[in-house]
Design a protein around this ligand. Structure first.
Ligand code: AMP
Length: 399
């Protein structure tokens, strides 16, 4: 039997179908975008042989899901499905691991919707719609926050008065848990196969969103994102760490309302804010070559803060055995990896330029130089695979 993975966003629906018994790669996957925007909905659809793009008339999530079911029916996929796994961004303190969907779970989830107002309501709608179209299939929810449930209290608490934690649950939660969890498993496997230690690792997920994670014996013990996915590294459009005094200044001196400050920090900052031209790493690398100063500065700030974050994560570990790069930038940009590791010379981390250039593809992902104290790896993340795997385990789906 196959597992369907659904990641329902506010204007998108990402899906993948896996047969984990046969292969780790999805049999079919795709992305439906611009849902609910009054413009034609864009669809990318891949099977293991080809990728196609097309459009369907403007529609809401419900019609997009019905379109997907029709397509699955035509291709004979529906009958092969044994379970559905959903990505859910924020499970709060209640959901510390993946769960099967039950009416009681759905009721409790409703109380978590406000914790991530940009993501959780859309994730929830995805679950409700899937229940309608596939009422006979068991469904599982995998939380982005759950992998970080093992972070100790001294690392997840902010230095605020107790009542803000007790009454408002203000604490660090961490995100990108499915990616860091996958990296924890995969890196360990690669290190073991190569007779290397893998007790202490730092995973660096660098994509449009960016975060680091300290992994001790396979478990998260600290991470850079906090109460929201805004804390930590510089990202495509998110500022990452800034002095909270900046927000007070903007509110008091610039009379900016909360929503405007939120838009500034979430949508107009990061690489986009500093460069003034783009949130996209590839574009900025091109602009830098053309001599565009603000793009070069954005890249410098990005690399410096990412390296600083590695140092921060190392404090949570007894030793560093491996640093792992993942995400669109981490997997594909040798120059950004080199710039980050250049700042980590004080920890005796060094890259092998040739292995870095080829993303470690000929070397089981290893890109460290011969004198480096710790291994450095490039591992493509597979968040959907991890969700499928958890779903398989929880639903007990048989092949
Ligand atoms: P993600 O959110 O993981 O899809 O990553 C998106 C980011 O990866 C964007 O900033 C892209 O520009 C960046 N990216 C993808 N491919 C490359 C590449 N070959 N070189 C540099 N950056 C890349």
């Amino acid at each position: 039997m196959n597992i369907l993975v659904i990641n329902c966003g506010s204007s998108s629906l990402k899906f993948a179908v896996f047969n984990l018994h046969e292969t780790d790669a999805p049999l079919w996957s795709g992305l439906i975008e611009r849902i609910g925007t009054h413009t034609p909905v864009s669809i990318s659809w891949s099977d293991q042989a080809q990728k196609v793009h097309f459009e369907i008339p403007a529609c809401q999530h419900r019609q997009a899901m019905e379109w997907l079911v029709d397509k699955f029916d035509q291709l004979g996929i529906t009958a092969t499905l044994g379970g559905v796994g959903h990505r859910f961004v924020h499970g709060g303190e209640t959901f510390r691991q993946s769960v099967l969907v039950t009416p009681a779970v759905l009721d409790t989830l409703k109380a978590c919707l406000d914790l991530a107002p940009l993501h959780n309501p859309a994730n929830f709608e995805g679950i409700e719609l899937t229940q309608k179209v596939f009422p006979h299939l068991p469904q599982c929810i995998v939380f982005d926050t759950a992998f970080h449930a093992t972070i100790p209290e001294h690392a997840y608490r902010y230095a605020l008065p107790e009542k803000y934690y007790a009454e408002h649950h203000i604490r660090r939660y961490g995100f990108h848990g499915t990616s860091h969890s996958y990296i924890a498993k995969k890196a360990r496997q690669i290190l073991q196969e190569n007779d290397c230690d893998g007790l202490g690792m730092v995973s660096l997920h660098l994509g449009n969103g960016c975060s680091s994670c300290a992994i001790l014996d396979g478990k998260s013990v600290d991470t850079s994102m906090g109460f929201t996915p805004l804390e930590g590294l510089v990202m495509g459009t998110r500022s990452g760490d800034i002095d909270p005094g900046v927000c007070l200044y903007l509110a008091e001196k610039c009379q900016m309302p909360a929503q405007e400050i939120s838009d500034l920090l979430n949508k107009k900052s990061g690489l986009l804010g500093v460069s003034g031209v783009s949130n996209d790493m590839r574009t900025l690398l091109e602009k830098e070559k053309e001599g565009h100063g603000p793009s070069a500065l954005a890249l410098h700030v990005f690399a410096y803060k990412a390296a600083q974050s590695v140092g921060k994560m190392m404090v949570a570990l007894p030793r560093l055995d491996a640093l792992v790069f993942t995400g669109g930038i981490g997997e594909n940009s040798p120059t950004m990896r080199a710039r980050i590791v250049e700042h980590l010379k004080c920890f005796h981390l060094f890259l092998a330029p040739q292995a870095n250039h080829t993303h470690g593809k000929a070397d089981d992902g290893f890109i460290q130089g011969p004198t480096s104290l710790a291994k450095v790896l490039v591992i493509p993340t597979q968040e959907e695979w991890l969700i499928a795997q958890e779903t398989l385990e929880l639903t007990g789906t048989r092949y």
